[in-house]
Design a protein around this ligand. Structure first.
Ligand SMILES: Nc1ncnc2c1ncn2[C@@H]1O[C@H](COP(=O)(O)OP(=O)(O)OP(=O)(O)O)[C@@H](O)[C@H]1O
Ligand SMILES: [Mg+2]
Length: 242
């Protein structure tokens, strides 16, 4: 058996929680309420890939335009995001591109064909929830979901599938998405007197020895920072979060 490689997430402590990163070719479901940092974590995954690992990335988004993403990236200190998009190291497809043709599933398939086979190894879908809205019946939705996860695997992408959750963590609904993907990251926010505390939880990552504790995180210059120390977590508790 060939040894599988770990793909760095761009967040040092998260790599260590994952025992090295995400196994190459895995699909990760990124779940969280609005504003919990899903898009930031996904951009950071692609930016780090290009900047530090020489790995191209694809960002498929219905949530924001390519320009919105570029502005958000710059504000986070991902200063060369725009340059990477311009020179093709990061391929961004926004809703204008995705809604180009009438048949959405066919458009998606042709985009995935276009980006596979060489230059790109990381892929983000932001969000799966929006993509799923294109299917009228539950059966169609499930079939599409299964097919998409299969195609991503077949083409060798290490992927993040963003999934909006209306549930307040940790009372969560386990859906097909959780079972189909190789791993799940949950992002959350807990209100405190002074604002809110952010946290991340990795409940599942197939074939990997993970740390399943809940860890505090922050969003700021440089993107997301996860605090691995238990002390950081206790402090969060003392302030009334969680
Ligand atoms: N440069 C920054 N500095 C500090 N915090 C930031 C910065 N950029 C974004 N944030 C924080 O990150 C949050 C947004 O994160 P993000 O867009 O990744 O959320 P999301 O989970 O994708 O939300 P949605 O479900 O609405 O798409 C903002 O609400 C803001 O608090
Ligand atoms: Mg988002």
């Amino acid at each position: 058996m060939t040894e599988q490689r770990y793909v760095e997430t761009g967040v040092e402590s998260l790599d260590s929680i994952l025992d090295g990163g995400v196994l190459e070719g895995s699909s990760v479901l990124l779940t969280g309420n609005p504003g919990t940092g899903k898009t930031v974590l996904a951009m950071q995954f692609l930016y780090h890939g290009v900047e530090e690992c020489d790995e191209g990335g694809v960002y498929l988004t219905f949530e924001e335009s390519g320009e919105d993403l570029a502005q958000a990236a710059e504000r986070l200190g991902f200063t060369r995001w725009r340059e990477h998009v311009e020179n093709g190291d990061i391929a961004v497809y926004d809703k204008m591109d995705l809604l180009d043709e009438h048949d959405f599933a066919a458009t998606l398939t042709s985009i995935l064909d276009e980006v596979s086979g060489g230059d790109y190894s990381r892929l983000v879908m932001d969000s799966l929830t929006m993509f799923e809205m294109f299917f009228e019946t539950e059966q169609e939705r499930r079939r599409y979901l299964l097919k998409t996860v299969e195609i991503l695997k077949e083409k060798g992408f290490t992927s993040y599938l963003v999934h909006e959750s209306a549930e307040v963590f940790p009372d969560r609904d386990i859906g097909l998405e959780e079972f189909l993907t190789d791993g799940n990251f949950y992002l959350g926010q807990a209100p405190t007197k002074s604002g809110s505390n952010r946290y991340i939880w990795v409940p599942k990552m197939r074939k990997q020895a993970i740390d399943t504790h809940i860890f505090p995180m922050e969003i700021g210059e440089g993107g997301i920072t996860v605090h691995e120390s238990a002390a950081g977590f206790l402090q969060m508790d003392d302030r009334g979060g969680l």
